[in-house]
Ligand binder design. Structure first.
Ligand code: ADP
Ligand code: MG
Length: 270
């Protein structure tokens, strides 16, 4: 039938299944022709967008899905929620600027980075998440297999690259220069969101010797919003509430949970 053929030619995937319902609704609401057409096209668009979001979400490789809506700003007053609100409008992505989240373990750096990533995905951008450690393994392996250039190119496809957990291990000179190549490729072309448990004055040291570190920081920070989070670990708060540790952050003698020092220093993820 003619309609089916047109749907196939136009590659409409979602409207065909919902057409009966859309027509019924349009009749009930006595929609004018243009309004009916808008409703039908909207139905198709919503379906496509949902699929796009789902596939970009899985391509992003987030360790967990976290949203800005679920972030408790009252718990972390050192974060200016207006700055996060502005960032979530994604002008920084449009302008290929960076975001740097600094602060001690557990204060929500990874959560905010992923939350911004989810916003970007919903707006149609491609996002990719990696820890610095994973990124380094990947670049080194690519170089061994003579495909470094291709991998660097692949790493520029996403409009937002999240590099998590900078500073747990210092980079060797060789690693720092690999990282520099990546940063240089993305510079003024596509955004990066970086997180580090090091302070403002310290986190540059991780990029190895001064010449490379300066070159990396120069590009990363040229157009960047830096958010310094000073506060308590949310993970500790949850444990304290559960009575697993006391107010000084020490494990209570009756339980066998790891002490917060071990957990917070050794385990960067959840
Ligand atoms: P960081 O990356 O700074 O070490 P995370 O972002 O991994 O910290 O946060 C640790 C855990 O606590 C995560 O499960 C995160 O979702 C949660 N969390 C941290 N801060 C908040 C907050 N202000 N509101 C809600 N959840 C939070
Ligand atoms: Mg983290």
């Amino acid at each position: 039938m003619q309609l089916e053929r047109l749907f196939a030619q136009l590659k409409f995937e979602h409207l065909p299944d919902q057409l009966d319902a859309v027509c019924e609704q349009a009749a009930k609401e006595q929609l004018a022709y243009p309004d009916f057409l808008a409703k039908a096209l909207e139905t198709e668009w919503a379906g496509r967008n949902r699929k796009g979001i789902e596939s970009r979400m899985s391509q992003a490789r987030f360790p967990q899905v976290k949203t800005l809506e679920a972030f408790d700003f009252d718990f972390q007053p050192s974060i200016d929620r207006d700055v996060i609100r502005q960032l979530s409008a994604l002008n920084f992505v449009e302008r290929a600027e960076n975001v740097v989240l600094l602060g001690p373990p557990g204060v929500g750096k990874t959560h905010l980075a992923i939350g911004l990533g989810v916003k970007a995905i919903e707006a149609g951008y491609r996002v990719h998440f990696q820890t610095l450690d994973q990124l380094m393994q990947r670049l080194k392996k690519a170089r061994e297999e003579n495909r470094l250039d291709r991998t660097l190119r692949q790493l520029t496809y996403s409009r937002v690259l999240i590099v998590d957990e900078i500073g747990y291990l210092p980079l060797s000179r060789d690693e720092a220069s690999l990282f520099f190549r990546l940063v240089n490729r993305r510079y003024e072309r596509a955004s990066m969101i970086l997180t580090s448990n090091k302070s403002d004055s310290e986190w540059g040291e991780i990029f190895g010797e001064q010449v490379i570190a300066t070159a990396v920081l120069d590009r990363l920070l040229h157009h960047a919003t830096t958010i310094n989070i000073k506060g308590e670990s949310y993970r500790l708060k949850e444990k304290r509430r559960a009575g697993l540790i006391n107010n000084r952050g020490e494990a209570s003698p009756t339980n066998t949970q790891p002490t917060p020092t071990e957990e917070e220093n050794g385990n960067a993820g959840d």
